[in-house]
Design a protein around this ligand. Structure first.
Ligand code: PLP
Length: 370
C-alpha cells in the first residue's frame, strides 16, 4: 500500500487555528513580579504535614474530592453539593463554557480583563461579546444588561476584583446583573482574600450566580493548580457533567485540605502582602510621568511614559514584570505583583533609577506632571 501524506493541520478546527496560545514567561532566575502569586513559602507546619502524609500515588484520587470539599465547605459556608473543584480555576472557566456556551452561544466579558476567558471561549466555540469597562476601569452595567438581551448570550463573566486593573466593582451593580440579566453570572473572585469582599453569601438567593475561587493566589499554590466553583447544588451538578473524572490530583487535594487548616498563618501573609502592595503603590505614585491605578489586590497596574523600555530596564535588573501591551482605553501598561519585602525594596530602588535615567535623558530639570 502506498503511504498517504497527511497534513495534521488540515484536520484542525478553524477556531483552534485562529487561537493565540496564552504565553506565560518562565524565568525562575528573576524576581517574579509578573503573575500575582503569593511570594511567601507555605506555613512551616503545613509543609511538614504535607510532606509526611502517606499518599497512595499508585491509586486514583477521590474523583469527587469529598474531603477537600468538606474543608472548602467549612471555609466558605457553602454545602459540599454547591462546590466543584478543578485543576486551577483555568479549568473551571473552560468547564463553565463547555456547559453553558458552545456554537451559537456567547459569553459577555468586560475588557480589559483576565485573558483566559477569551481563550476558553474560543476553545469551546463560544462567541465573545465585549462590553469594555468605562474609562477602562468601571463596570458598564447598563451596556452589559443591553448585551445580555441577545438570545445568544448565555454567560456573563465579571472579574472582581478585576485583573489587570485591580478594581473592585460595586457589589450592588453585580447583583443587579444577577437579578436582571436572566443569564448565568460568573464572578471570578481569584483575589477576594486580598480585597476582603465576596458575594458568596448571595449564592443561596440566586441559582444563576456562580463564584470562582483559586488556591493559586492568597494560598500560594499556583504550582499545584487548584481552584473551585461555588453555586447552588443544581447549577453545580450541571457543570459537574463535563468535568473529567479525576481532574484534581491527590497531592493538590491534600495540600488544599491542609492549607485551610492554617488560615491564621495565611492571614498574616495576606496582611503583609497588602501592606507591601500599598508601599509599592505609594512609591509608584511618587515617580514622575507614571499613572498608577488604585488596587484592592496584591498587584498594581501602572503606566510609565515608555512601558516597553521600563519592562526591558527592569528585566536587565532582574525583575520580571507583566507587560500588558495595549489595553483597551488605558493603552500600554505594566503590571506588578507584590514580592517579598526585600524584593519590593530593591524593586523600588530600581524604579527610582530608571525614572532618574528617563528624567536625565529628557533633560527635565523640574518635577514632571503625571
Ligand atoms: C482573575 C483570575 N482568574 C483566574 C486565574 C487563574 O487561576 P488558576 O491558577 O486557579 O488557574 C487568574 C490567574 O492569574 C486570574 O487572575
Amino acid at each position: 500500500m502506498e503511504t498517504v501524506i497527511c497534513n495534521p493541520e488540515s484536520f484542525v478546527r478553524a477556531e483552534v487555528l485562529r487561537l493565540v496560545p496564552y504565553e506565560a514567561k518562565h524565568m525562575p532566575e528573576c524576581i517574579k513580579l509578573d503573575a500575582n502569586e503569593n511570594p511567601f513559602p507555605w506555613p512551616a507546619g503545613m509543609r511538614e504535614e504535607l510532606f509526611s502524609a502517606k499518599l497512595m500515588f499508585n491509586r486514583y484520587p477521590d474523583g469527587m474530592a469529598q474531603d477537600l470539599k468538606t474543608a472548602i465547605a467549612t471555609y466558605t459556608k457553602i454545602s459540599t453539593e454547591g462546590i466543584l473543584v478543578g485543576n486551577g480555576s483555568d479549568e473551571l472557566i473552560q468547564l463553565i463554557l463547555l456547559t453553558f456556551g458552545g456554537l451559537g452561544k456567547a459569553v459577555i466579558i468586560h475588557p480589559p480583563t483576565f485573558g483566559m476567558y477569551q481563550i476558553s471561549a474560543h476553545l469551546t466555540d463560544t462567541s465573545v461579546i465585549e462590553v469594555p469597562l468605562l474609562n477602562g476601569l468601571d463596570l458598564d452595567t447598563e451596556q452589559i444588561l443591553k448585551a445580555a438581551l441577545s438570545p445568544d448570550a448565555q454567560v456573563v463573566i465579571i472579574c472582581n476584583p478585576n485583573n489587570p486593573t485591580g478594581t473592585q466593582f460595586p457589589r450592588e451593580e453585580i447583583l443587579q446583573l444577577v437579578r436582571e440579566s436572566g443569564k448565568i453570572i460568573v464572578v471570578d473572585e481569584a483575589y477576594a482574600e486580598f480585597s476582603e469582599e465576596t458575594l458568596i453569601p448571595e449564592i443561596e438567593n440566586y441559582p444563576n450566580l456562580v463564584i470562582l475561587r483559586t488556591f493559586s493566589k492568597s494560598f500560594g499554590m499556583a504550582g499545584l493548580r487548584l481552584g473551585y466553583l461555588l453555586g447552588q447544588a443544581e447549577t453545580i451538578a450541571l457543570i459537574n457533567r463535563v468535568r473529567p473524572p479525576f481532574n484534581v490530583n491527590l497531592f493538590s487535594q491534600k495540600a488544599g485540605i491542609l492549607a485551610l487548616g492554617y488560615l491564621s498563618e495565611y492571614q498574616e501573609q495576606i496582611q503583609c502582602i497588602k501592606a507591601e502592595t500599598q508601599k509599592l503603590y505609594e512609591e509608584l505614585t511618587r515617580v514622575p510621568d507614571v499613572v498608577v491605578y488604585p488596587t484592592t489586590t496584591n498587584f498594581i497596574l501602572f503606566k510609565p511614559g515608555d512601558p516597553d523600555r521600563w519592562a526591558a530596564e527592569l528585566l536587565k535588573r532582574g525583575f520580571l514584570v507583566r507587560n500588558m501591551g495595549a489595553l483597551p482605553i488605558l493603552g500600554k501598561c505594566l503590571r506588578i505583583s507584590a514580592g517579598l519585602p526585600e524584593e519590593n525594596d530593591s524593586f523600588m530602588r530600581a524604579i527610582r533609577e530608571i525614572s532618574l535615567d528617563t528624567t536625565v535623558a529628557q533633560g527635565i530639570t523640574g518635577t514632571a506632571s503625571v
